[in-house]
Design a protein around this ligand. Structure first.
Ligand code: HMG
Length: 410
């Protein structure tokens, strides 16, 4: 369905290239359920999750971000010299002052004339980066240059807690440009903010604290609020046709069942409750594969869903999708995008299924050893490829690239 009002924008802006990275190791949640004395169906059916990515101690938020972001550069999809803005959205930074983005800037060889910073708002930080970068591309300060936005996180809760099953890790990197080759983003997203204590991580803690059931209510209320604001932004008095408009509906996915709950709420909020189950099977479920097998990757979760859709969804040219981003605390945004002509070419390079297939399975003991290890320790075989955290020296992180000579120290 075409939207004539989109012509009011002088040129299309959106995601020109997208790449993803997930850690090389994962844990079967059946194994974890058995170890914790939890019925496995509670996780596979109750949460919809099968596996979770486990970050080895030689990977951190910098390396998963860099390993995702180097792909579009390596594939020649973007020239580093064209990047004038680098934003990293993360809630699991490696330092309270020094942003992940500065490490990436060096590891990726970006130009010094580049605005470089980190954004935090829980899981919303990636979308904050994407929308901010798209506005920058539309503005005169971009001078025709492109932005690189990386959403990267490692979700950690206390071992033995109920939230332990909703851990995970991953990164998505997006080149944001004019005339994007993958997905044109409509700038009129609907937003919602409210101060809530649903999920938080005090400065001295590595593992997050959460009021689990309350966080689900906050997420759903934020979806209703953002949808109402989207309707206002698009002058939609009647939202009941929205369910028929989209080819896919991507929701922030801390665990797959949450996306199904979100879709149910969206259908109710738009007067289509009776169609929730049928439309979820077509619009939501097929794109949950990354979430089912990677777990929560906070800021990256929504964009790993997009990666799976773009990589496995076939020919999507001209098709419109919706994206819902939620960050605890909270801020949410409901926005839309349209696949560009020829988008399948870029989608194919993401190889989302290959990323999952190349991982190796850990035992519960190995997972617990990794979880308790200090950053930079190597209690396992060590990295086989890509950027890794070589060591900490005087609290400074030193990164190297497996197989490459010469440490990149930051
Ligand atoms: P819990 O207490 O382990 O589980 O907490 P439960 O008792 O609520 O059960 C979960 C589901 O399994 C229920 O289904 C049960 O009925 C079902 P529902 O009623 O919800 O449809 N169940 C079973 N099904 C089949 N066979 C069985 C069985 N037993 C029970 N035998 C919770 C689950 C998700 C709350 C917990 O894991 C948690 O706290 N996780 C972290 C918080 C979270 O993910 N919140 C999501 C919304 S907030 C958000 O998305 C933001 C976030 O990403 C952070 C950020 O923004 O930065 C988290």
């Amino acid at each position: 369905m075409s939207r004539p009002e989109a012509k009011a924008f002088p040129f299309p802006v959106g995601i020109d290239a997208l790449s993803a990275h997930v850690p090389d190791t994962f844990l079967s949640l059946d194994d974890l359920a058995e170890a914790r004395g939890v019925p496995p169906e509670k996780i596979s059916v109750g949460l919809g999750s099968f596996e979770m990515a486990v970050t080895p101690p030689w990977e951190d938020t910098v390396t998963i971000a860099a390993n995702a972001a180097e792909k579009p550069l390596r594939l020649g999809q973007v020239d580093p010299g064209e990047i004038g803005l680098l934003v990293v959205g993360t809630e699991t930074a490696v330092d309270h002052a020094k942003p992940v983005a500065t490490f990436l800037h060096e590891l990726l060889g970006l130009p010094s004339a580049c605005r470089t910073f980190e954004v935090k708002h829980a899981c919303y930080g990636g979308t904050a980066g994407v929308t901010l970068a798209a506005d920058w591309v539309r503005s005169p300060s971009s001078r025709g240059r492109k932005a690189l936005v990386v959403a990267a996180d490692i979700a950690r809760y206390d071992l033995g807690s109920s939230a332990e099953f909703t851990q995970g890790a991953g990164a998505a990197a997006m080149v944001i440009s004019r005339d994007p080759r993958l997905l044109e983003i409509d700038p009129r997203g609907g937003t919602f903010t409210r101060n809530v204590y649903d999920f938080w991580r005090p400065l001295d803690r590595r593992e997050a604290l959460v009021d689990g059931k309350f966080s689900i209510d906050c997420y759903l209320d934020a979806l209703s609020g953002a949808t109402a604001d989207f309707a206002a932004a698009h002058d939609l008095a009647d939202t009941s046709s929205l369910l028929d408009r989209f080819e896919a509906m991507l929701y922030h996915t801390p665990f797959p069942k949450m996306a199904m709950k979100a879709h149910q709420r969206f259908a109710e909020a738009t007067g289509r409750a009776a169609d929730a189950a049928d439309t979820a099977r077509r619009l939501v479920e097929p794109w949950l594969a990354m979430s089912r097998r990677v777990g929560n990757s906070y800021t990256a979760s929504l964009y790993l869903g997009l990666a799976w859709l773009a990589s496995t969804g076939g020919r999507l040219d001209g098709r419109e999708i919706s994206l819902f981003s939620y960050g605890s605390g909270c801020c949410a945004e409901f926005f839309t995008g349209r696949f560009a002509p020829g988008s399948q070419e870029i989608g194919r390079t993401i190889d989302a299924a290959g990323l999952l297939a190349r991982r190796s399975r850990l035992s519960v003991e190995e997972y617990e050893r990794f979880s308790r290890a200090k950053p930079g320790e190597s209690p396992g075989a060590g990295p086989s490829s890509g950027f890794f955290l070589a060591r900490l020296k005087d609290d400074r992180r030193l990164y190297e690239r497996a197989g490459a000579t010469g440490a990149v120290a930051a």
